[in-house]
Design a binder for this molecule. Sequence first.
Ligand SMILES: C[S@@+](CC[C@H](N)C(=O)[O-])C[C@H]1O[C@@H](n2cnc3c(N)ncnc32)[C@H](O)[C@@H]1O
Length: 209
Amino acid sequence: MLCGVRRAVASTLLVLLLGAGCSTWKRCAYDGFGRDRWQQPERVVSELGLSPGDRVADLGAGGGYFTFRLAQAVGPTGLVYAVDVDEEMTSYLEERVAEEGVGNVRVVLGRFEDPLLPDGTIDLLFTSNTYHHIQERPAYFRRILDDLSPDGRLAILELNDSSWFPRTFGHQTSREQIVSELESAGYALQRQLDFIERQSFLIFTRAGR
Ligand SMILES: C[S@@+](CC[C@H](N)C(=O)[O-])C[C@H]1O[C@@H](n2cnc3c(N)ncnc32)[C@H](O)[C@@H]1O
């Protein structure tokens, strides 16, 4: 009986989401249900230690789950580049920026191999649940060093293998692999935060700084 009810609710949701269009469906898939509970987005942003005026890139911004929170943290004198390679996501973000009158978010349709950021300006490149999508990561992140300001940092939030979704679909990277790839790309691990059960949260600086 309970199974039948669950199936009916799931089917109704599916029909509603499909009817709502592809970008809505993708955003729901990225956020899942009750994400705020396990994700603790306010704590994530607070641990990044951003200052008003900072320039941040949200690489693989998706539906902007972190973009608009990052924009609040850097304030009106700061700037957040919301980068994605999916035009449906960048169009959605453009609409949201316009509707909400957010003045400090620039939406960028990046290339798979290049986020098209201005050289030497990014104080923090942040990326959530996107690391596993990046191809040839050591080379990609070595090029990102050119986009960072001299004290620029890189923050990686990436699903680990402790929940069913990444285990089933391979959408995850182990902490060890991230550290090894980024060290080979010219970064040093500065902080590791362990308060999110299903994600690694790692902050890197340029090696030697
Ligand atoms: C799972 S979603 C994560 C969205 C968002 N960061 C979040 O935490 O909700 C991954 C996003 O990364 C984007 N993406 C994949 N490869 C990318 C690349 N090379 N550069 C920029 N974005 C990319 C996808 O289009 C997708 O929107």
